[in-house]
Design a protein around this ligand. Structure first.
Ligand SMILES: Cc1cc2nc3c(=O)[nH]c(=O)nc-3n(C[C@H](O)[C@H](O)[C@H](O)COP(=O)(O)OP(=O)(O)OC[C@H]3O[C@@H](n4cnc5c(N)ncnc54)[C@H](O)[C@@H]3O)c2cc1C
Length: 320
């Protein structure tokens, strides 16, 4: 059994298969696991450049997150409600922003947002530690893989290995994003957790990385619109953030990450797909969220082992 991709979906799938007694190995092309939970070091400090946070509503995922919290890996990121710049979307569309759904934070009308002191990639590293993952192992063709194969990745990346998945990639309509981490000399903005930026030519979200990581570092992370992601330069993003938050000074250090397939605008309704005998998993199925990726990976594993209840961990030993 081979899972290609060590993002949340692939790691969740591998854990569920392993729990069911199915030998599995995970092949990941990047040097580290995590996929779009990825970050980068900015002056030696990890900054989240992929998912800004995650929300939790599924009981099985909640058990994993509770373990992370108990072990000091994940932290609820509460504080001032996210600001909204620009027109607010109608209530029915709220879930289409990065806000997500999930259990509400105490005393707010917003879902509890979760972050990680060591960056979200540290959670993927935790998951990867208990399964057979090989990083730096880019799969170039499926014919070299034995047995059942799971492609746990955005559909455009799956289609590069499995051309029959191309219509699925097109139907899900994946959009790019550019993430820019900006370090300042000091915290020179009004109290902020994060902000949704609507109808802006450059920005979609700006998050206070020091707030979400809990160390108070003077770092902001901005995500751009799909259109801007393809043509942009970090300097333009820095200028847009400075103007939006009315900052008195410029950033002194910058890290960027371009995501060619950041999220699907039309995710499939099913939890996974099977194309020419190959399973496809990831956040292209459900909603473009960390939790959806986790659920998709579990659902594929359940389909493979014939388990009809993928949301319940099969063993009570350790939630993962
Ligand atoms: C900028 C941005 C902001 C986001 N904000 C949020 C948010 O606030 N809240 C939220 O819940 N979600 C957010 N998301 C979405 C979240 O990051 C994803 O839902 C989740 O991480 C997807 O996990 P995945 O396992 O499905 O895919 P991925 O994380 O993309 O994992 C796929 C893996 O497959 C690997 N791979 C691909 N091709 C090959 C190959 N040929 N060989 C070997 N390996 C391969 C990749 O390297 C990657 O590691 C955001 C995403 C982005 C990009």
């Amino acid at each position: 059994m081979v899972v290609v991709g060590a993002g949340v979906a692939g790691l969740a799938c591998a854990w569920a298969l392993q729990d069911a007694g199915v030998p599995v190995r995970v092949l990941e092309r990047a040097a580290t696991p995590g996929g779009r939970l990825g970050g980068d070091l900015l002056d030696g400090r990890p900054a989240d450049l992929g998912a800004a946070y995650f929300t939790v509503s599924d009981p099985g995922f909640a058990a994993v997150v509770a373990r992370w919290r108990d072990e000091g890996l994940a932290r609820p990121w509460t504080g001032p409600a996210f600001k909204v710049y620009g027109p607010r979307p109608p209530a029915a569309e709220k879930g289409s922003s990065a806000a997500g759904t999930g259990a509400p934070a105490a005393g707010t009308g917003e879902p509890e947002r979760w972050a990680a002191a060591g960056g979200l990639a540290s959670l993927a590293a935790d998951l990867a530690a208990g399964v057979n993952v090989t990083c730096g192992a880019a799969v170039k063709e499926l014919t070299v893989l034995d047995g059942t194969v799971v492609l746990a990745m955005p559909a455009p990346q799956a289609a590069a290995l499995l051309p029959a998945a191309a219509p699925l990639a097109e139907a899900q309509d994946w959009q790019p994003s550019l993430a820019v981490a900006l370090r300042y000399r000091r915290r020179c903005w009004k109290p902020l957790t994060g902000a949704f930026v609507n109808d802006h030519p450059v920005l979609t979200t700006v998050c206070d990385d020091g707030s979400r990581r809990g160390d108070g570092a003077p770092v902001l992370v901005a995500h751009t619109t799909p259109a801007f992601a393809m043509e942009s330069a970090a300097g333009d993003v820095e200028a847009a953030v400075r103007e939006l938050l009315d900052l008195p000074e410029a950033a002194v250090a910058v890290a960027t990450r371009r995501w060619p397939a950041a999220r699907p605008t039309r995710p499939s309704g099913s939890e996974f797909a099977q194309v020419e005998g190959v399973y496809l998993a990831g956040d292209g199925f459900g909603r473009p969220r960390v939790e959806a990726a986790w659920l998709s990976g579990r659902a594929v594993a359940a389909a493979i082992v014939g388990n009809q209840n993928p949301k319940t961990p099969r063993t009570a030993s350790r939630a993962r």
